[in-house]
Design a binder for this molecule. Structure first.
Ligand SMILES: Nc1ncnc2c1ncn2[C@@H]1O[C@H](COP(=O)(O)OP(=O)(O)OP(=O)(O)O)[C@@H](O)[C@H]1O
Ligand SMILES: [Mg+2]
Length: 383
């Protein structure tokens, strides 16, 4: 898919911004704090119904305003046009999403319709942060490619919260818990096993994409791998019934410990993704450069994986990537973006960017200043 135009109204420092998008690469230049990332954030609202980094919608409302709207015209790979409107009202604390003027009641249903891959400085956590950062990464990828996964995830989190509350209250001596836990256990097991099985399957499907992407960026010589360490000891070869049995057994084994600590100790919220290069743990042994290469490879792999799974080409958002990567990696990534559909890129340093792009000019260039965007030039607008 591609965006033909994107509009931001009272969204962060953008009072009223209209961008007529190039179908290939769109580059936004500007100094720090001028409003470049805000544009990518707005695009992430169109694709994911939320910000790719901020957890609260209210913070995106322009200071002194009561809400924001982000709208776009998007065209799918098979040339179907969509009008998308996302609006948020601070007073009503309500976010509305409309596609072709029809309000979408179940917001999660549009996830995956307009797939997106984001590479931003925040993503560094995916390789160097906590297990939760890695789980977030796969959750966003799988959610875009598999409808029931997101439903399972939403339900699982709800059940987990309730179950943890029962455990917490029982720890505090307010109630006895086994009978109270029982109704939550089966649903936790049912949804949780589905999530774990889907993750195990994903890791297997995703591996060849990662290897391929890594070679594109770093050449041969280093072999990346991705593994799945499930707290219910499940793997891709098990049936869902077997995974449920494993889950039940683990819960049983952790029963006393859970009572003691007052929280759920087993389930996909405890899973870990293991990244390795040449069989060595990335977290423990990799250099900074290897971390960066791995991260870019994950994102390029995500692009090709989603394109295949969603049967729709994702848009790619590259936020401030070229200040993070060294010259050769920047060049590789930029060269790759020439064949990756529509890309939105932010950069502060036009000179550095031009060097990395080897002076090739098939970019639509925009300048962002104080939340206003001016179109500078585009040698090639379509591809
Ligand atoms: N809700 C809001 N209302 C108005 N302005 C906001 C709001 N939230 C953030 N801003 C402003 O937006 C600006 C930051 O925008 P953005 O993050 O897009 O900058 P940037 O161009 O990406 O900068 P950098 O190059 O440093 O990453 C800041 O000036 C900030 O004060
Ligand atoms: Mg920024």
């Amino acid at each position: 898919m591609k965006f033909r135009e994107v509009r931001l109204q009272t969204f962060r420092n953008h009072e009223a911004t209209e961008i007529g998008c190039a179908l290939g690469r769109n580059v936004f230049f500007g100094n720090n704090g001028e409003g470049k990332t805000n544009i990518l954030e707005a695009i992430s609202y169109l694709c994911l119904t939320k910000s790719f980094y901020a957890s609260s919608d209210a913070t995106a409302v322009q200071f002194g305003q009561s809400g924001f709207t982000v709208s776009a015209i998007a065209v799918s790979d098979i040339d179907v046009s969509y009008k998308i409107d996302v609006s948020y009202s601070r007073d009503a604390k309500e976010k509305k999403i409309a596609v072709n003027n029809g309000v979408i009641e179940d917001k999660s249903s549009i996830i995956g319709m307009f797939p997106v891959v984001v590479l931003s400085p925040e993503n560094a956590n995916v390789t160097s942060g906590t297990p939760a950062d890695r789980r977030r990464f796969i959750d966003v990828v799988i959610s875009q490619s598999n409808k029931s996964y997101l439903q399972d995830l939403i339900e699982y989190r709800r059940i987990l919260r309730q179950r943890n509350r029962v455990l917490f209250e029982s720890k505090a001596g307010q109630r006895t818990s086994q009978d109270l836990l029982e109704p939550w256990n089966e649903n936790l097991i049912k949804r949780g096993s589905q999530i774990s099985q889907r993750r195990a399957q994903f890791v297997q499907e995703f591996s060849p994409y990662l290897v391929d992407a890594y070679i594109r960026i770093a050449g041969r010589g280093e072999e990346p791998s991705i593994g799945y360490d499930s707290s219910i000891k499940t793997d891709n070869s098990l049936t869902i019934e077997q995974a449920q049995t494993f889950f039940r057994r683990e819960l049983e084994q952790q029963r006393v410990e859970e009572q003691k600590l007052g929280t759920t100790l087993v389930g996909p919220h405890k899973d870990e993704l293991v990244f390795e290069i040449n069989g060595l743990s990335l977290k423990t042994f990799a250099s900074q450069g290897q971390h960066k290469t791995f991260l870019v490879a994950l994102k390029v792999a995500e692009f090709f994986y989603l394109r295949e799974q969603c049967q729709e080409t994702p848009v790619l958002l590259l936020d401030d990537v070229f200040s993070e990567l060294d010259g050769p990696r920047s060049e590789k990534l930029l060269a790759l973006t020439a064949n990756l559909g529509q890309t939105f890129i932010t950069a502060t340093d036009e000179q550095r960017f031009s060097t990395a792009s080897k002076q090739r000019n098939d970019f639509a260039r925009y300048f962002v200043r104080k939340g206003k965007v001016t179109f500078a030039k585009a040698e090639v607008l379509t591809n």
